[in-house]
Design a protein around this ligand. Sequence first.
Ligand SMILES: Cc1ncc(COP(=O)(O)O)c(C=O)c1O
Length: 424
Amino acid sequence: MKHINTICVQGGYTPGNGEPRQIPIVQSTTFRYENAEAMGKLFDLEASGYFYTRLQNPTNDAVAAKLAELEGGTAAMLTSSGQAANFLALFNICTCGEHIVASSSIYGGTFNLIDVTMRKMGVEVTFVSPDCTTEELNAAFRDNTRAVFGETIANPALTVLDIEKFAAAAHAHGVPLIVDNTFATPVNCRPFDWGADIVTHSTTKYMDGHGAAVGGAIVDSGRFDWMAHADKFPGLCTPDESYHGITYAEKFGKEGAFITKATAQLMRDFGCIQSPQHAFLLNLGLESLHVRMKRHCENAQAVAEFLSGHSDIAWVTYPGLLGDKYHALAEKYLPNGSCGVVSFGVKGGRKAAEAFMGRLKLAAIETHVADARTCCLHPASTTHRQMSDAQLAAAGVGADLVRMSCGLEDAGDLIADIDQALRG
Ligand SMILES: Cc1ncc(COP(=O)(O)O)c(C=O)c1O
């Protein structure tokens, strides 16, 4: 097997003799066929090929193949955003009247997707603390549970998921574990190595890495045996009448059923595909992902260590810090580094945090994270500004919390900027 560094650079696409060295952008909505029979075979999923970019495009597929290789999976697809990836991954196996078990420590947008929008669609959810005991986790399952969901490193709480614990519980109940691996990326953690079955990404973050293109991805490990739990997954294990009676798990096996169904059925109906231009930009980002992740983590570690020794800082959360609550899990699942995001509290609460951020010169105030340029956010005065201090505390987002996404600048310059902003 090739090293992950090599896959970042060369995975997914190998040009033939005289073909373009870089992945070509196939800027075409449609594809020409000589006769109706040839095209009919594509519609019957009897032959592989392209007919309409709302479902599939060669540029996307080359980049998706790289992602499958990076995660150690068998199949992958690109979506228009991380939100779309998480929605399709869940909705592919969990519909009206069914149930999801999810970690409560996940990105707010995903929490809302599951807790509000998917509930409106008739999907139920039970949230569990990522720190729950095995007994508490098992108690969250019901007969109609169809998936377990968590984030390798949660945004913004920076909790580290005990993937083996969640995978064991999911499998004991005959359902797959879906892990959003956005913050870690496969460079720092490959959830399939620890028992996860499906991985999702907001490629908008480190994978693109330059704040240039919104996108998402789903990767299948190819290991979950749908047919062994056919009663739970009729969408995969019984004929799809909207696709000429195909039974995905029979025709495409464990390795291909999940992504084929999500493409043929959900992408056809929802149309949330990534544009080939964005896929091209994503691939440029992937080519340097292994180099950038190392630097993001080094910078975040240096910033976290500086902050934790500073008299104006109340607390610091970063899995790479020795005393961090998730340090032991980070050592197990993220031995080469976690991510570039550090959360901390400025002494003096909301006003002090706002004033500190206003004085930063290198770190820009943005809602974004995981970019080449350092950015930061004070949730209490921006994304969570409608909440009182008491509500903020209940949501685990203190009024003093600053989330800093360390970029690729020089660590000394970042620390000097933070230092001058703290001194006021
Ligand atoms: C962990 C995680 N998952 C999913 C998303 C949603 O991704 P997107 O913004 O690309 O839709 C985000 C966005 O911040 C995220 O941090």
